[in-house]
Ligand binder design. Structure first.
Ligand code: PGA
Length: 257
């Protein structure tokens, strides 16, 4: 069984230096309550401007760091973008790619997401590919089509060896940022669908090595549901990751699975 991975997505929060400092202080004290590294690993995807600071201050912990987006080009005239080389250099080992907020607000499509995944892998960054359907798509019965397209187009041209390094996060868009809670069956059905598509593409050995996580409205109380499906490899946490204590409670929940 894969080690469980808990990823916090800070999004565009910790907007002042004092917010950043209090967060780090609380995190450093709360992290002592969990044994990271045996069955559970933790990744924090921070705003890029805080990456160097977090890398320096979390050096002695087992928390790994990531960013929330990268550009696919490494260098040049791309005003406002962050190169994957910069992200790696400043301490990121992971990058969220294709989050629904980027697909929605910035109109990122599967082809751009595919270029970003390739560039992340080339630069030693583990891509966390976010996929998931909107409520409208779910109601129209389009889940299979949407998830298949996001996976097939997003992973176009990615070899088996490269695929093993990718993390897939299933994030139903209708749940992100809301109080909605999918049933454990709905989560499991999506996980099975994702594994089926990946198996068709890469075979079962490779697919077994690809982590599939659930994200959207994750809180400590949901972890018991997650434990019911041992093949779910972890979670991607938004809002709850803004309070270090809550994020650590989620990690503790997995340690008890
Ligand atoms: P949420 O966000 O946990 O606040 O629903 C999840 C996400 O956007 O990854």
């Amino acid at each position: 069984m894969n080690k469980k991975t808990i990823i916090g997505n800070i999004k565009m929060n910790l907007i002042t230096l004092s917010e950043r400092d209090s967060y780090l202080k609380a995190l450093k004290s709360d992290i002592k309550k969990v044994k990271l590294g045996d069955d559970v690993e933790m990744v924090l995807c921070v705003p890029f401007v805080h990456l160097e600071f977090f890398a320096k201050n979390l050096k002695r912990t087992k928390i790994k760091l990531g960013v929330q987006n990268i550009f696919w080009q490494e260098r040049g005239s791309f005003t406002g973008e962050i190169s994957p080389v910069m992200a790696k250099e400043y301490g990121a080992d992971y990058s969220i790619i294709g989050h629904s907020e980027r697909r929605g607000y910035f109109k990122e499509n599967n082809q751009e997401i595919n270029l970003k995944i390739k560039s992340a892998i080339k630069n030693g960054i583990i891509p966390i590919l976010c996929i998931g359907e909107t409520l409208q798509e779910r109601q129209k019965g389009l889940i299979n089509d949407i998830i298949s397209r996001q996976l097939n187009e997003g992973l176009e041209g990615i070899s088996r060896m490269q695929a093993e390094k990718i993390i897939i996060a299933y994030e139903p868009v209708w749940v992100i940022g809301s109080d909605a809670e999918p049933t454990s069956d709905e989560i499991m059905e999506a996980r099975i669908l994702i594994r089926k598509i990946l198996t068709g593409k890469y075979g079962s050995d490779t697919t077994g090595k690809i982590k599939v996580l659930y994200g959207a409205n994750v809180k400590a109380s949901l972890i018991k549901k997650m434990c019911l499906d041992p093949q779910m490899d972890g979670v991607l946490v938004g809002r709850e990751s803004l309070v270090p204590f809550n994020l650590i409670e989620i990690v503790k929940g997995f340690e008890k699975c």
